[in-house]
Design a protein around this ligand. Structure first.
Ligand code: NAP
Length: 203
């Protein structure tokens, strides 16, 4: 399969690229500042340029998407607008604007996060955008049924990300184990699903 991974240079994206390439798929990488292609998820024209440049695809995986952390009283208008433009509309537009490039029978796999369903203090914008991504994928899958599949992977706290913050890696999920959920979404048959990924996938 020829698969575009947006966010391929990130902690999760790099592991997803490895997992997909390890299974013999051709991966085209895109990032904000590195990768085969550059894209700004918050800019719809940039997404159009990306699709024009990459050529035909069978699947798209998005492991990019930024939303702002902060207590509700501290989040200003710009923080909400930026979170919606990047993590939500960026992923929505990857699907909407990718339909002409991704072959029928192909798929889109988006990323939310477990904070969407189990928020903690200071996550109002992050939880809101993640939950909206999941709802979008669930509803879009209905409209696209029989033509394209759309799923969301909802990662728990990634062990490598915890370590970068000086925390114990556990409780967390290693990026390589998390990547298996993305492989399942791309190569499986489900659509409209939110794959909660806090523990390694049972084989
Ligand atoms: N890590 C965790 O513990 C965790 C847990 C739950 C959910 N998530 C979610 O998973 C996603 C990826 O997390 P991560 O930890 O892998 O992030 P990361 O290591 O910071 O990587 C982010 C990736 O997204 C790209 N990117 C950043 N801004 C972009 C933009 N405007 N347009 C296009 N690409 C952009 C980056 O490209 P450059 O490197 O070129 O800038 C990079 O490839 C995020 O949505 C995050 O909220 C992460």
């Amino acid at each position: 399969m020829r698969i575009l991974v947006v966010g391929a240079t990130g902690t999760i994206g790099a592991a997803v690229v490895d997992a997909l390439r390890g299974r013999g798929h051709e991966v085209v990488s895109a990032g904000h500042s590195a990768g085969d292609h550059r894209v700004d998820l918050s800019d719809a024209a940039s997404i159009d340029e990306l699709y024009a440049a990459v050529g035909p695809l069978e699947a798209v995986v998005c492991t990019a998407g930024v939303a702002r952390f902060g207590a509700l009283e501290e989040l200003d208008d710009e923080a909400f607008v930026a979170s919606l433009a990047n993590k939500l509309m960026g992923q929505v537009n990857l699907v909407r604007r990718g339909l002409a490039t991704v072959a029928r029978g192909g798929s889109f796999t988006l990323t939310s996060g477990t904070l969407s369903q189990r928020p903690t203090p200071g996550t109002a914008a992050v939880a809101m955008t993640g939950a909206a991504v999941e709802s979008f994928a669930r509803a879009a899958a209905i409209d696209l049924e029989g033509r394209w599949r759309v799923n969301t992977v909802s990662p728990g706290w990634v062990a490598e990300s915890r370590m970068k913050m000086g925390l114990d890696p556990m409780p967390g999920i290693w990026a390589a184990e998390l990547a298996e959920y993305y492989v399942r979404s791309v190569t499986g048959e489900e659509s409209g699903a939110t794959l909660e990924a806090e523990e390694p996938l049972e084989s």
